[in-house]
Design a protein around this ligand. Structure first.
Ligand code: NAP
Length: 229
């Protein structure tokens, strides 16, 4: 088993849900190869991703990741009984964040309940019975809205731009990071966080490290520096 269970924790603050990110990178730090993360991790990494989803009320994605990959927020049928036994819904709620509203009209993502959070007054060309469009002023408001809907544990699966905004807003509690034993090279600088340089470095505490067939599975606690002084 990779990492102790449960994988996702109870909220640290009463005012918002717990939020963890799950990302995979190559040994040279690349978060995408030819514009997609799909081929980076092993089957064990993909299984961990699904097991993390299985404990989450909500699986959150940035719009560019949804545009790039034919992904969904769902768990496979073998993980549904675990969810039901824990009092969770059959499938996690999917949540997508966008500013442009530029999302495909049809996508495998929309096969289960999804909220699209939009932070502008643009329109969203999605008209599916499973999809609700919710206008918010910021990513913080989106996370708090998920809390109001009853979400206790959110899993964010990136991408790097959304991660950066969530770190800036100090909304990420923990990080699951897989380092795949491979090099890509090239000059695509996409790493697991993409955005403005943080005002100060964010320290991490290593909670768990598991090696399996050369792949490293890390679990970190995020320790934001104090804002005083
Ligand atoms: N290695 C991994 O584990 C991993 C995981 C996920 C994705 N990826 C890869 O990462 C790439 C995509 O990443 P990315 O960084 O370009 O994009 P991203 O983070 O998936 O999405 C960025 C988009 O999300 C929306 N967004 C992000 N922050 C927002 C905020 N604070 N308020 C409102 N909207 C916000 C905006 O959508 P609009 O553009 O619609 O306004 C923004 O352009 C793909 O190649 C994907 O395969 C890798």
């Amino acid at each position: 088993m990779i990492h102790p269970r449960p994988l996702l924790r109870e909220p640290r603050n009463a005012d918002r849900p717990y939020l963890a990110i799950n990302m995979v990178a190559t040994a040279d730090g690349r978060a995408a190869v030819d514009g997609s993360a799909v081929g980076i991790g092993s089957p064990a990494d993909k299984r961990l991703m699904r097991e993390l989803r299985a404990e989450a009320d909500v699986v959150l994605h940035g719009a560019a990741t949804v545009r790039a990959d034919p992904l969904s927020a769902r768990v496979p049928p073998d993980l549904v009984p675990q969810r039901l036994a824990q009092g969770l819904s059959e499938q996690p709620l999917g949540a997508i964040v966008t500013r442009s509203g530029n999302l495909p009209a049809h996508h495998p993502y929309y096969e289960s309940a999804t909220v699209i959070y939009i932070t502008s007054d643009k329109s969203v060309p999605v008209n599916e019975p499973t999809v609700e469009v919710c206008r918010v002023s910021s990513i913080e408001q989106a996370v708090r809205d998920l809390g109001r809907r009853g979400a206790r544990r959110i899993l964010c699966e990136g991408g790097p731009t959304l991660n950066s905004a969530l770190f800036e807003a100090r909304l990420i509690d923990e990080i699951y990071l897989t380092i795949a034993p491979k090099l890509v090279g090239g000059d695509d600088p996409l790493t697991i966080v993409k955005g403005p340089r943080f005002a100060s470095t964010i320290p991490l505490e290593l909670l768990s490290l598991v090696e399996k067939e050369g792949e490293l599975f890390l679990h970190y606690l995020v320790k934001y520096p104090s804002m005083q002084g």
